[in-house]
Design a binder for this molecule. Sequence first.
Ligand code: NAD
Ligand code: USQ
Length: 384
Amino acid sequence: MRIMVLGGDGYLGWPTALHLSQAGHEVAVADNFIRRHYDDELGVESLVPIEPLRNRIATWQELTGKKIGMYVGDLTDAMFTYHIVEDFRPEAVVHYAEQRAAPYSMIDRKHAVYTQQNNVVGTLNLLYAIAEINPDIHLVKLGTMGVYGTPNIDIEEGWLELEHNGRLDRVLYPKRPGSFYHLSKVHDSYNMEFACRIWDLRATDLNQGVVYGQATDETELDERLATRFDYDAVFGTVLNRFAIQAVIGHPLTVYGSGNQVRGIIDIRDTVRCIQLACENPANRGEFRVFNQMTEAMSVQEIAGTVASAYSADVTIEHLENPRVEAPDHYYNVKYTKLMDLGLEPHMLSDTLIGSLFEITKRYAHRVRIEALRPTVDWRKPSTG
Ligand code: NAD
Ligand code: USQ
């Protein structure tokens, strides 16, 4: 298949492009490199050094003989978005290209507005480009488990069968997201569902949990193929951060009680899920939702698992939670649809955590300790 990966320079987009290329698909990536600029803005860097996109692509071709196309531009620029769809003529578009950090979106008004403009407008441009140029293209869009929040009922895969006053209907599952970033995904989902309904598009919304891990079979072929590994309090995600904190002797920063439960997934399963979604497309007119996670764990359990996997002493610190999230709650998620398509999940293991410790040891000198402490407070609105 011809598959375009938007956000192909990012943490997940790059290993996904490699995985799809390795699987025999014809792949092109698009990115505006804004993720590298957020690093400049925040004064941090990926713990693992990353090559410029052009070098990564050249390395892949040198090692495997496989080509990956490259487009540089911004999805909020409609001309660019139409151009890449027209020029590459994809059968599937994998859309990762959004501002994805909840704390970044909560820094101040400016960052909240930027996040929602970037994410919602980019996706809207893409929906129009697909509808006008080739409505047969399958859109595979990255959403997030955080759109659901922590409701007191089971979380279904996107849709809910509802009985109200004796009548039945099938509705999009109610959303209760926890940041302006997570809200941008809610808005995207409604725009996509609407576009499928009116234009007969085909789309898969992948509500993914928190990703952990840094290496895939393809990125491990050469260190020039490495993907990013973020540890700072804005872009670093919880398990990756805890693994890095353990190695450098920093207390694991559990926010609040640590009883909050989240869905998690190994990066190797992320790339496999995307492949499965692309190779088994939604039908025309179908807005399909998969919950892309493989385990649910509380933050405290994640901290305990990382601490017991590490050879030396690890301390766990409970910080006042800078976010507004339920400290204790019910959490029962359905996530069978990707397994039905053939996903064989990697469960969190000591081996994986051990490999994160190894990677961290190699680059520990690059950690800026002060970037580990959370500074963004959900409760303090400011204009920026
Ligand atoms: P990332 O920030 O590393 O990658 C996103 C890429 O998109 C970056 O390279 C960035 O430069 C690019 N981009 C952003 N806005 C763009 C625009 N307007 N035009 C062109 N390019 C643009 O993020 P990631 O961790 O790889 O996440 C990718 C996607 O997966 C996001 O949509 C995110 O919401 C979703 N997701 C991530 C996780 C996770 O734990 N990392 C979990 C669930 C869902
Ligand atoms: N947390 C801590 N300590 C830390 C960091 C986080 O206790 O040092 C807690 C948070 O309070 C939260 C949980 O861990 O309860 C997850 O936080 P996170 O920063 O790992 O993840 P989150 O902000 O939810 O965002 C990440 C990605 C985002 C993706 C989302 C999936 O950055 O792109 O959408 O995971 S989900 O959480 O399922 O919505």
